[in-house]
Design a protein around this ligand. Structure first.
Ligand code: URA
Length: 240
């Protein structure tokens, strides 16, 4: 872990959000090597940090990309005992998915223990582009493509403009579309397509914030590179 400000180290250790951690520091409840910490103080990996006298164990920050297979739920645990997206990943730190893919959606899912990054990327204001490829029933007209692009009225409000490309109109089983949205509402792509009369048969996420799956096969995962992380952090408005 690189040198960083003490509130950020606390947030990364899962103690509190960055803002709440900064408040703890301002309130004089945080010590670094036994000395009361000051707001903005820079700490190193070897420093001992404590809150109200209780030592904080710094976890290494991990962010993975998973190519999610079908049938996995995007939660940390499932009351029905179904496989979760955390099952294939290492268990040395407490991870959670950044947003959700439906159980039957496959593809790119980021999983992290970096609370700040997850929180910022999932925030409606973040506007991180997410790209999907969808096989929808029937032949999609140009009018429907235009409607999807301009915004569709859903029961939770109109959708923001989207990028929509017709990939294959003659596909077996329907039409393949590529859809890029900057929101992340529940079942959004499925609902958008249904709103123009095309049920989604298959849905895969192929991109997130400019990152792609590359050679990652279904069910495989990898750590993000430092360049990929820096790009996501910049999009999330995090300066480190
Ligand atoms: N939109 C959906 O409808 N489902 C997903 O899993 C992701 C986006």
């Amino acid at each position: 872990m690189a040198d960083m400000r003490v509130h950020r180290a606390l947030a990364q250790a899962g103690v509190a959000s960055r803002r709440a951690a900064e408040k703890l520091v301002a309130e004089g409840r945080v010590t670094v090597n036994g000395q009361v910490a000051t707001v903005g103080q820079v700490v190193r990996e070897t420093d001992s940090i404590a809150v109200d006298g209780t030592p904080v164990r710094a976890e290494p920050i991990r962010t993975y990309m998973l190519n999610k297979p079908m049938g996995m739920v995007s939660t940390a645990s499932d009351p029905e005992g179904r496989p979760t997206v955390l099952d294939p990943l290492p268990h040395d730190v407490r991870l959670y998915p950044i947003g959700r893919l439906d159980i039957n959606t496959t593809g790119l899912l980021l999983v992290t223990n970096d609370g700040d990054l997850a929180h910022r990327l999932m925030h409606p204001r973040s506007k991180v582009p997410k790209t999907y490829e969808a096989l929808v029933e029937g032949r999609v007209s140009s009018a429907s493509v235009r409607a999807l692009r301009n915004g569709i009225e859903l029961d939770d409000g109109p959708t923001q403009p989207a990028k929509v490309d017709l990939l294959d109109r003659q596909a077996v089983g329907g039409t393949w579309l590529r859809i890029e949205i900057t929101e992340g509402r529940n079942r959004q792509v499925r609902r958008m397509c249904e709103a123009v009369g095309h049920r989604v048969r298959r849905l895969a996420r192929t991109g997130y914030g400019g990152l792609g799956l590359g050679r990652l096969k279904r069910g495989e995962f990898r750590m993000l590179s430092s360049g990929e992380l820096a790009s996501l952090e910049a999009q999330a408005g995090l300066r480190r």
